[in-house]
Design a protein around this ligand. Sequence first.
Ligand code: CP
Length: 319
Amino acid sequence: MDKEDGAVNRFHLKHVYESQQFDRELLDTLFRVADEIKADLIRGDRSRYRLEGKIMASLFYEPSTRTRFSFESAMTRLGGDILTTENARKFSSAAKGETIEDTARIMAGYADAIVMRHYESGSAERAARVSPVPVISAGDGAGQHPTQALLDMYTLKDNFGQIDRLRIVMVGDLKYGRTVRSLCYLLTKYDNIEIVFASPTVCRMEDDIKEYLDRYQVPWSEETELDQVLPEVDCVYMTRIQKERFVVPEEYEEAAGKYILTLEKVRTMKERAIIMHPLPRVDEIPSEVDADPRARYFDQAQNGLYIRMALLYLLLQQA
Ligand code: CP
């Protein structure tokens, strides 16, 4: 990206706590920087995008592999430093009753950005309200996971060349699944999108998202039979049934194991369709599917590095 094109200045966000904050222009800028970062990394050139002297604090109150380590890798590859804890719920002063707001105020004195994963919906926005440095949500309970949605959209663009005119089925835990919620918000920014929700009855997509899609005139439908939908969609977005979020254990038992994307089912999909999954998976995609060229979930996770490098750069260059 040329300095004079002003893209950094047009990236006017300070915090990232919900995906509705993004419009197409911001997404285009983010994807363009991510493309350049990806190309640079593949060439072994790290000279263009740098954040030397900047510090990112990662506060994870819930477990994570991809989000935490890709953010930490992103900051390290940009030449910045990180402050981190294995388990913020146990090893930060949250264990002594400190509020999210007080923690954010304090960490803002030690770091230039705070990446936060918390078990309560709305937690990142609460931190952002009091933090003088950028707060980036890394997932808030069953609320949203905006940076996952950003890398999901980047993966769609990477595969199809554009995001308009796609038919997507979201499968699994749509009630507690913060990734699908964030993804729905972003898909409304594009044209001729159609969404199908396929979930067990106990974890159907919530009404607030359906109403949002209606408001933005994005057609959606609910199906129980995945087999009928598979041959007609461009993307199958699988999700894990999240045992840890179910309050009633019997409901988890009812939902678990309902939708398994076997290789036999994958073979009914369009040749150019793709399979995505935010990961981790349990049993919903057997490992034998991994070798099918439609399986893109490992590329998707890798894209998280490029998107998070681009996001940190754009937020911190102007901070
Ligand atoms: N997709 C995702 O958020 O994975 P982690 O929980 O491993 O960060």
